[in-house]
Design a protein around this ligand. Structure first.
Ligand SMILES: [Mg+2]
Length: 435
């Protein structure tokens, strides 16, 4: 049996959003969709009749892990081997024959490149053709894009040869998440979270806070790496952990720009209040500090120094299969734990915990997050499942699952040699029971 224990690690790290911090995803996704739709209509003149349809009408169209084919106006789901198993044009389902006509042998060079190494399509040439929507910040973009394609087809009286609207969809997301918006109280996202945090953010349980504090007491180095800018991260972390939140971590890294944090060489920046200040080296990082940007190699210099070990053993928890799992595991030699709320939302064998955002997170339209069924009823593991089982140690629906156990608890983990499914805790997701 392949097993995993937190007590075997020197440094235990966490992503913040959707890992330590649970959002009310239903309210959050509605806020995101409405803000993006408003931008598309008001700033870019797309058709209000399509974009202002209520989100609730097509909530089933949302699922994490969908892939955008920008030029063809299609949205795809690929399996563990990179084959296109399900697809829509705009929001209209494509038949198996239609998929094969557009993507011979159910393959597309860009999704093949993504399946081969998702980091290759994150930046550079491929990123102008393909984009995977992997977390709850970008999940609503599939419906924005789908409805825009529907509206363009409607106007044109049929499909166009090529679509050029993705740049506007990205523009909508940039206008929403621009990091200066929090400070300046601009845009339609941060202002709402600031005004009504109780509507969008769920407080962290004392059990999880105690578990984190206990790690430090047991001489573990506890670190936080978040994509959020320092002002927003401080706001959300204070809300869920209390004002002493910084004391839970030995080092906090904000605006980390994952996945580049793990394989790039951007320098760390000190913070003067909430403003980025001086560039510093890994040697200059200090215990108890909070920094912006940076890179994994410099962080390892800091870990080595405070652990008095040449190569401290590190593990990182996160929800985004590219930024938090694939990147650290393949480029930074860091073990990973996947936090997938879909396990609660879709259900597991022998665990009946209900997720309050079940309706938003699950999709009767696309099927399980963990598996895909084709027109002939054949079930495949999804690409997300492939990443989870190949690049993580264990997969849990919430940090709570680990917080219930002492640090030396032994978890059965994914055994890469025999391709087993025993790394899901507390139980196997229902979507994987028939594979
Ligand atoms: Mg996250």
């Amino acid at each position: 049996m392949c097993s995993f224990k937190f007590s075997d690690y020197d440094c235990i790290g966490f992503d913040l959003d959707h890992t330590l911090l649970w959002y009310n995803v239903t309210n959050m996704v509605e806020l995101e969709y409405n803000a993006m739709a408003k931008y598309m209509v008001e700033e870019k003149n797309y058709c209000a009749k399509f974009l202002y349809q209520p989100l609730s009408k097509d909530l089933n169209f949302l699922l994490k892990g969908l892939i955008i084919d920008m030029e063809k106006g299609n949205i795809l789901r690929i399996n563990n081997c990179g084959e296109i198993i399900k697809a829509t044009h705009g929001t209209k389902l494509m038949t198996s024959d239609e998929i094969k006509l557009v993507y011979p042998n159910k393959r597309w060079e860009a999704s093949d490149a993504f399946a081969n190494n998702p980091l290759d399509t994150w930046n550079g040439e491929w990123s102008s053709r393909i984009r995977a929507l992997l977390d709850y910040f970008d999940m609503p973009m599939s419906l924005v894009f789908g409805r825009v394609i529907d509206s363009l087809d409607d106007k044109n009286g049929g499909k166009l040869d090529k679509y050029d609207c993705w740049k506007d969809c990205i523009g909508a997301a940039i206008s929403l998440y621009d990091r200066t918006n929090f400070k300046n109280e601009l845009g339609n996202y941060f202002v709402h979270l600031k005004k009504e945090p109780e509507k969008y953010i769920r407080k962290c349980s004392q059990e999880i806070i105690d578990w984190l504090s206990n790690m430090k007491k047991q001489n573990k180095i506890v670190y936080l790496i978040t994509g959020s800018n320092v002002d927003f991260a401080s706001f959300t972390a204070s809300y869920i952990f209390g004002n002493n939140w910084r004391s839970l971590f030995d080092i906090v890294i904000c605006f980390a720009k994952k996945p580049g944090f793990f394989n790039g060489d951007r320098p760390f920046l000190t913070l003067d209040g909430f403003d980025e200040s001086q560039e510093i080296t890994g040697q200059q990082l200090e215990q108890g500090g909070i920094y912006s940007q940076g890179n994994w190699n410099d962080l390892m210099i800091f870990f080595s120094k405070i652990c008095h070990k040449e190569s401290p053993k590190c593990v990182y928890f996160g929800d985004n299969i590219l930024q938090d799992i694939f990147a650290p595991n393949t480029t930074a030699n860091c073990d990973t734990v996947v936090v997938s709320e879909e396990m609660y939302a879709e259900g597991m064998i022998s665990d009946s915990t209900i997720h309050p955002d079940e309706k938003t997170m699950t999709s009767n339209y696309w099927g399980s997050y963990f598996s895909i069924v084709d027109d002939d009823g054949v079930i495949y593991p999804s690409f997300a499942t492939h990443v989870i089982e190949k690049y993580s140690k264990i997969c849990i629906p919430s940090i709570k699952v680990c917080a219930e156990n002492p640090l030396d608890h032994s978890y059965e983990c994914f055994d890469k040699k025999i391709n087993n499914k025993s790394g899901y805790h507390p139980a196997l997701p229902l979507g994987l029971t028939k594979i």
